[in-house]
Write a protein that binds this ligand. Structure first.
Ligand SMILES: [Zn+2]
Length: 220
């Protein structure tokens, strides 16, 4: 979680956007009619990676915006996914890393990756990410709290993380059958609940197609 060390000179994210802005975003999400806070119900564990330093940038980007929010449509589908998972795999839980992401944070993320190979994986704030509309969720599966092996960690931007290349990597022995099976289980559960998988990140799912999600207001 965010500590006072966030103010250290190495914390560039802190310089780029203020805690006050994030406090305002947290208050706006909490009082919004469109979004709802996701509680840890049965089958659902929450670990907000961008509200900690445990993410690919090693920076706490979310600060006080440290709760999981989703658009109500997505929230309903996520809870349905947890129920579906528990039915077939009672020991497993959905472990959620990210949901609604303020547009202001998207700009910070973008500035960090612009001009690097990671740029492909971060939506340009001009058009926005589906996370900025509250319709995207990043998650994995956990067995008794332990993350299942998906072949790569969350936010690993190598091609190995891309669902569209799974068959190729499996044939080449770079992904194991069990890793692909774990991804397929996550995909099956999420798809059944009404989500769509993003082709380049095994952990990312959208509750509505892009065009539909973007008809809703973006969350600043
Ligand atoms: Zn995502």
């Amino acid at each position: 979680m965010l500590s006072e060390s966030a103010a250290s000179p190495t914390e560039q994210g802190h310089k780029l956007h203020s805690r006050r802005r994030l406090h305002e975003a947290a208050a706006a999400a909490a009082s919004s009619d469109s979004f709802e806070e996701i509680a840890e119900v049965e089958g659902l564990i929450i670990d907000m990676r961008y509200a900690s330093k445990n993410n690919f940038m090693s920076i706490n980007l979310y600060g006080p915006f440290n709760k999981l929010y989703l658009h109500k449509i997505a929230a309903k589908k996520l809870r349905r996914a947890a129920v579906i998972l528990k039915k077939s795999h009672p020991r497993y839980d959905l472990l959620v890393f990210d949901g609604l992401r303020p547009h202001s944070v998207q700009r910070v993320l973008w500035n960090k990756v612009k001009g690097t190979p990671q740029q492909t994986f971060v939506a340009n704030p001009k058009t926005g990410s589906i996370h900025n509309y509250g319709f995207a969720v990043d998650l994995t599966l956990a067995d008794n709290g332990q993350e299942l092996d998906m072949g790569t960690p969350f936010d690993d931007f190598r091609p190995l993380a891309q669902p569209v290349l799974e068959a190729k990597f499996l044939a080449e022995g770079k992904l194991k059958a069990q890793q692909v099976a774990n991804r397929k289980l996550l995909r099956r559960v999420m798809t059944k609940a009404g989500f769509q998988q993003l082709a380049i990140e095994w952990w990312h799912f959208d509750a509505l197609p892009q065009e539909q999600a973007k008809k809703h207001p973006i969350f600043e």
